[in-house]
Design a protein around this ligand. Structure first.
Ligand code: GTP
Ligand code: MG
Length: 217
């Protein structure tokens, strides 16, 4: 019964991955959704997405995570990518200063294209390469505080803080949504239909992910 399967969650949240090419977005996604990592992954072309369902404060939350190319020439239409997104993971590479300097550029893009209430987590990825570090953890922390973002250093390779990064984003979104639902209920105008889940504007929710590169079997 396909329709039953479609509603085996309380909430569906769309989250977008952004950041320069090569920072590890696709590997963060594969680590989180399939527990896979690929040392020689190819640059993403266009848009892919993958899903994972998890428990957030007793609710079943389906995270639909979108991944696109950091390289401008491979990117799909920007507005469609951000449409309906309630969370963003903005990734830089702790071994490449330029990817950190470009964080401001990505924040501008979010401001221009995404919902103004989008929950943003900044991740300094490749924390396993501490000997090649070009961005101090405090620099990440300082920028995050200045911009009002959550912040973690992660490693897709070592599966360090990947789980925590998504858990944090999803919990924050859940808190915002449940506060809004409560306010709406109090105003006797709730838009949440109990038991049917709250669908947050997504396109294709088939749950499939296109696989490419060296990790495909
Ligand atoms: N050491 C280390 N390497 C990583 C980590 N995450 C990703 N990489 C490597 O960094 C390279 C780029 O990773 P991708 O996940 O393809 O980067 P991306 O951000 O998706 O790049 P685009 O698709 O071009 O935007 C690959 O060689 C990965 O193996 C990490 O946590 N540690
Ligand atoms: Mg990629």
């Amino acid at each position: 019964m396909a329709s039953r399967v479609d509603h085996e969650y309380d909430y569906l949240f769309k989250i977008v991955l952004i950041g320069d090419s090569g920072v590890g977005k696709s590997n963060i996604l594969s680590r989180f959704t399939r527990n896979e990592f690929c040392l020689e992954s190819k640059s993403t072309i266009g848009v892919e997405f993958a899903t994972r369902t998890l428990q957030i404060e007793g609710k079943t939350v389906k995270a639909q995570i979108w991944d696109t190319a950091g390289q401008e020439r491979y990117r799909a239409i920007t507005s469609a990518y951000y449409r309906g997104a309630v969370g963003a993971l903005l990734v830089y590479d702790i071994t490449k200063r330029q990817t950190f300097d470009n964080v401001q550029r990505w924040l501008r893009e979010l401001r221009d294209h995404a919902d103004s209430n989008i929950v943003i987590m900044m991740a300094g990825n490749k924390s396993d390469l501490n000997h090649l570090r070009a961005v101090a953890e405090e620099d990440g922390q300082t920028l995050a505080e200045k911009e009002g973002l959550s912040f973690l250093e992660t490693s897709a390779l070592e599966a360090h803080n990947i789980e925590k990064a998504f858990q944090t984003i999803l919990s924050e979104i859940y808190h915002i949504i449940s506060k809004k639902a409560l306010a709406a209920q109090e105003a006797a105008a709730s838009t949440v239909v109990p038991g049917q889940g709250t669908t947050i504007n997504v396109g294709d929710s088939s749950g499939n992910v296109k696989r490419g590169g060296c990790c495909s079997s």
